[in-house]
Design a protein around this ligand. Structure first.
Ligand code: KG4
Ligand code: ZN
Length: 336
């Protein structure tokens, strides 16, 4: 049984081939970072146009690397929600075209559920039931996941996503785009205890995130209280200490809220996904918390943390249930 999956929800064009074991035979990702670089963030129109250029070459590469032909594909899979609508539409249209042309079923999966399923894929064994946490550029949320296709939202962010905060703070510090990795590098030479930055809701029992106050606090730390514009700080201890203090504030909140979700649900497995999971301080914080709580932690390797099509292997669960998508499948930009 061979699946071909497509991912185009944001700024990575990806195609993957996997079997129903699941075993990943190829997972090709074409990044568009270069094209968005001059704008300091993802430009939806540019993303959609780039997906259009990249999608068929990426599919060809995925087939070639898996050493199969298009005719051998048994099912086409696509992430149709959530994401940038113009970007999603390229994946959805291509998947529908392939499904029709090959006369094979089409399956639509949720990108966020796939981020958690990436942990199952990497672990090579069942991880459910678990608490799932997705921390990316577009989402920060905790879920109760009794099984692969069931996710109950425990709490999300009321404003910025954690990755978005990394990107915005990196811009404030003049560290460029994409901000997450640049900020992590800058923080490595700084001290996290220098600036006491806010950790929203950390002492409250409800599971909710907010990172916009933290971003503003960084802005005022850099330019002065109430001042939102000014020159970016030069390289040096000030810049790296602010970066480290910010990073620690985000990590403290994510670790604390995931601990709360584990205690609240009584579950002893935590599955984490999304681009921010690449952050080493976050990984270390989650590892320490999981060890202390006696919880099993699942974090996929980098290539399965950031956006990719292989994580859409979640579709295997839908295949087993016969949950196929119609050919009038639409792209749904909004959450779930
Ligand atoms: O999941 P992802 O690849 O795309 C979506 O947003 O769906 O996540 C991208 C986000 C960006 O905001 C990026 O800055 C952040 O993940 N990120 C990081 C790191 N690497 C990527 N944030 C913190 N530390 C990192 N090392
Ligand atoms: Zn994502």
């Amino acid at each position: 049984m061979l699946f071909l999956a497509l991912e185009t929800s944001c700024d990575e064009t990806s195609a993957a081939v996997f079997t129903d074991e699941p075993r990943v035979l190829s997972n090709i990702v074409a990044s568009q970072t270069e094209r968005h670089l001059p704008f300091g963030g993802v430009v939806p129109e540019i993303a959609a146009r780039a997906h259009l250029q990249n999608i068929l070459p990426v599919v060809e590469q995925a087939l070639a690397q898996a050493n199969i032909t298009l005719a051998e594909i048994d099912c086409v899979v696509v992430h149709n929600t959530p994401g940038l609508v113009g970007a999603l539409l390229i994946g959805v249209s291509t998947a529908k075209m392939l499904s029709l042309a090959l006369d094979v079923p089409l399956i639509a999966v949720n990108h966020i559920a796939s981020h958690i399923y990436a942990c199952r894929l990497a672990a090579g064994r069942d991880i459910f039931p678990c608490v799932g946490m997705v921390v990316s550029g577009g989402h920060t949320a905790l879920f109760h996941c009794p099984e692969p296709l069931k996710m109950e939202l425990l709490g999300g962010t009321r404003d910025d996503a954690a990755g978005e905060a990394f990107d915005k703070v990196a811009a404030i510090l003049g560290l460029g785009f994409p901000g997450g990795p640049a900020l992590e590098r800058e923080a490595a030479s700084g001290s996290a205890n220098v600036y006491p930055l806010p950790r929203s809701f950390i002492h409250e029992s409800r599971i909710e995130f907010s990172f916009s106050g933290l971003k503003t606090a960084v802005l005022y730390t850099v330019h002065g209280q109430g001042v939102s514009k000014g020159p970016t700080p030069p390289p040096g201890p000030f810049r790296s200490d602010v970066a480290a203090s910010f990073q620690q504030a985000v990590v403290d909140v994510l670790v604390s809220k995931s601990r709360q979700a584990l205690r609240q649900t009584g579950l002893n497995r935590l599955a984490v996904g999304g681009g921010v999971t690449a952050n080493r301080t976050l990984r270390a914080g989650l590892e320490a918390m999981a060890a202390k709580e006696g919880v099993e932690l699942f974090i996929p390797p980098m290539n399965l943390c950031t956006d990719n099509a292989a994580m859409a292997a979640l579709a295997i669960e839908k295949w087993k249930r016969g949950e196929f998508a119609p050919l009038d499948l639409d792209a749904e930009p909004n959450w779930m």
